[in-house]
Design a protein around this ligand. Structure first.
Ligand SMILES: [Zn+2]
Length: 448
């Protein structure tokens, strides 16, 4: 029989890479009927150390940039004896790989199955290349039954970008191949599935899960009212998974009330894939420790910070062949906690504080936009669309009224007073009839 292409071999499981040993690790777990989530931490750390050593050897053998960078840090061979030694591996900055398609590539170009791009909103895009084995074999090895209770009974509506970004396609594969669910590839308001049609399809096919961004979940909810589709009866979701933008607990609570279902947070990126996921307890994100090793570093010195200390999130991917990310500075802020979670998952908990560039400096203090949003949305008369405008360390909030009897003046006064009482924050409040909606990433913070 004529061989069609090297890529077909992946499908018949003949593909071999540096990750074979880890494949065996997961096969053994599957056989025992357990997942990596509930494993005692020392055992999982042993796995992570092994995965990191395999990755370091792979990048050393196949990528000049990584090898030179390890050598410049004094490595004579790419081996760590202990997990803590990861801190001696150089950090990887976005600026080094922005706009560069091959710098981190560790396979022959013909082995690439898919290229993903970041949106490039803050500069040139970052290109991430995946082999087919990355997409269909390795990325699906770790299972997280606590974090994802979905099954083949579910119908997952995926309202995330499909063009070049990872999220749409990544969730599509996860739901189809890991859970056996049917998938509705809605995208975000594109030509084939505008908002009305997306809602109609969710209704017709009985969607049980919606994966989308916080702002698009809000947009779909408000548009459902103008199209006469009733959330909770015409569309009966079991769960919404939010990703892409991050939001506060009060924003979540509003969506839960509107859609009539549980809403969970998912944190990942186009460069690194899944990083951390909320469990049903909703007290933070469990780190997906099968896929990534997370560190928190001081953004200025690069020193690793311990549990409870806030800093920049640094990601090392554990199951990548095409383009592994080693100590990648995500530009996101957060801190780690040891898990004492009721869900039984022993994987560390990440508290996410948002993008570094969106941290707001007000009156000499740094504020996470999620925190300020948390308090703003406690006022039920305020809608889910708003802007935080920061100028000379002063905050102006633009809001929309939401199902209120208050006049604009009364609402502005109420918000001003509420923010002062709850946060000690003095701000200007402007009530506008309608703030712009977006199908892309919502811009909430505007620095002037
Ligand atoms: Zn938990």
């Amino acid at each position: 029989m004529k061989e069609q292409s090297h890529k077909m071999k992946v499908a018949i499981d003949e593909h071999r890479s540096h990750l074979e040993k880890l494949k065996k690790f997961y096969e053994d777990l599957d056989r025992e009927g357990v997942t990596i989530e509930t494993m005692p931490q020392p055992q999982r750390e042993q796995y992570q150390l092994e995965a990191i050593n395999l990755t370091l050897q792979h990048v050393w053998d196949n990528n000049e940039f990584y090898r030179l960078s390890l050598q410049s840090a004094g490595f004579e061979e790419p081996v760590l004896d202990r997990l803590e030694q990861l801190s001696s591996v150089p950090l990887l900055n976005k600026s080094v790989i922005r706009g560069d398609k091959t710098k981190l590539l560790c396979v022959e170009p013909k082995q690439i199955g898919q290229v993903h791009l970041t949106s490039g909103t803050s500069g040139k895009p970052i290109y991430t290349s995946y082999t087919l084995a990355d997409q269909y074999v390795y990325d699906l090895l770790p299972k997280y039954k606590e974090l994802f209770p979905e099954t083949s009974e579910d119908v997952a509506a995926i309202a995330l970008p499909y063009e070049f970004a990872l999220p749409g396609l990544g969730f599509q594969r996860l739901f189809q191949f890991a859970f056996g669910a049917a998938v509705l590839s809605l995208g975000k308001g594109g030509y084939m599935a505008p908002v009305d049609k997306s809602l109609e399809l969710m209704k017709e096919f009985g969607a049980t899960i919606l994966v989308t961004t916080p702002s698009y979940a809000a947009l779909l909810a408000e548009e459902s009212e103008s199209f006469g589709i009733k959330l909770g009866s015409d569309i009966r979701l079991r769960r919404i998974v939010l990703t892409g933008e991050g939001c506060s607990y009060t924003f979540r609570k509003r969506l839960e009330a509107w859609w009539g279902c549980e809403v969970s947070f998912f944190y990942g990126s186009t460069e690194c894939g899944v990083v951390a996921v909320e469990c049903k307890e909703h007290t933070g994100y469990h780190v997906a420790e099968g896929h990534v090793k997370l560190e928190i570093v001081d953004p200025s010195s690069g020193a690793v910070l311990g549990y409870g200390r806030t800093g920049e999130i640094v990601v090392t991917t554990l199951l990548r062949e095409g383009m592994p990310m080693v100590r990648y500075r995500s530009g996101d802020i957060g801190y780690l906690q040891q898990s004492r979670c009721k869900c039984g998952t022993t994987m560390d908990i990440l508290q996410l504080r948002g993008r570094m560039e969106n941290m707001m400096r007000l009156g000499g203090e740094e504020y996470s936009p999620f925190l300020v949003e948390q308090f703003l949305l406690e006022v039920p008369d305020v809608g889910l669309w708003y802007h935080f405008i920061v100028e000379a360390e002063k905050l102006t909030i633009e809001v929309e009224a939401f199902r209120t009897k208050l006049s604009d003046r009364e609402l502005a006064d109420q918000v001003r007073k509420h923010m002062h009482d709850r946060m000690g924050l003095d701000c200007e409040v402007i009530v506008l009839p309608k703030l712009p909606r977006t199908f892309g990433k919502a811009t909430r913070v505007i620095m002037k």
